[in-house]
Design a protein around this ligand. Sequence first.
Ligand SMILES: *Cc1c(COP(=O)(O)O)cnc(C)c1O
Length: 349
Amino acid sequence: MEKYVRPEIIAMNGYVPGEQPESKQIIKLNTNENPYRASEKVYEAIRQTAELGLSRYPDPVAQAVRNVVSRKFNIDPDSVLCGNGSDDLLTILTRTFVGNGELLRLPYPTYILYQSLAEIQSANSERVPFNTDWTLPDTFFAAAPKLRLVFLPNPNSPSGTILPKTRILEIAENLPCPLVVDEAYADFAEEHCIDLVEKCDKIIVCRTLSKSYALAGLRFGYLVAAPKWVEQMLKVKDSYNCDSLAIAAAAAAIGDDGWLSENRKKILATRTRLTEQMRRLGFDVPTSYANFTWNSRKDRALKPVYEYLKNSGVLVRYMNYPKWGEGLRISVGTEEQINRCLDLIEKSL
Ligand SMILES: *Cc1c(COP(=O)(O)O)cnc(C)c1O
């Protein structure tokens, strides 16, 4: 049996997404979903599109979304590529730029999926550890044999920390290959790098609707890159990687700036309270620019805290990074959800 499967696949662990429990009673703070309902304009767009019928194939390039993104950021629509979630875009990027036996670089600790993408591609990956203050050393942009692509989530997960735009530009300008800035959480930060794409064609920015638009169940993401890169990536993607309902919904969501800024305000207020309270309870919490916080402490083990929360119906993400240590990543839920979570954490200590 095993001789038919590629050895790289047998050797890999496979990416394990955060738990999705069946029960709706559980307070889910483990995968950075948005706790609020998406814009009503999204539901209306889905209803209208469904009404028109689904017998035709969708637009292969999702031009409706390219146009909305182009207007929002004042960029060329040909610099936008749409994907079935940003995980799809990360796969397209890896397949476009990184060949068999070539090298992909990522920081550490970070989003674990990047490494799985390299493994599937029979490529090698190199981890450059963050400094203890969550900045990156200059070795992050050092040349290396066969280095073809670098992934950098900004804000980073699990830390929620951010590198300033000036540093991103410096990294990209020094690198011998493209830099993918994964901005899954940028809507919760104070700045983003989309305008850097025109300044430096090595910068590619990835966005998702899963977090800040409350549409993780929809599966939609887009990237912004120099049109010459997009042209190549279009050959790599599945012909119809975004379905008609998702295209209509995404265009409506991205077009509704009012919803986005209202939602952002609520999440940021709760994030501030969560951070302050966790610090008061003795946790080390780096200032977060995302919709989650990273909570660690040296004086006690955190697995029991995670388990106590889970048994009490609150699911957070427990992570333990070799050589880096353990922590709880807590997504910013509603005020009530965070109150419940904080009460339980206080009891568990
Ligand atoms: C959640 C997340 C994604 C995945 O987004 P999808 O659009 O849901 O696939 C990508 N990158 C980072 C860093 C994330 O946290």
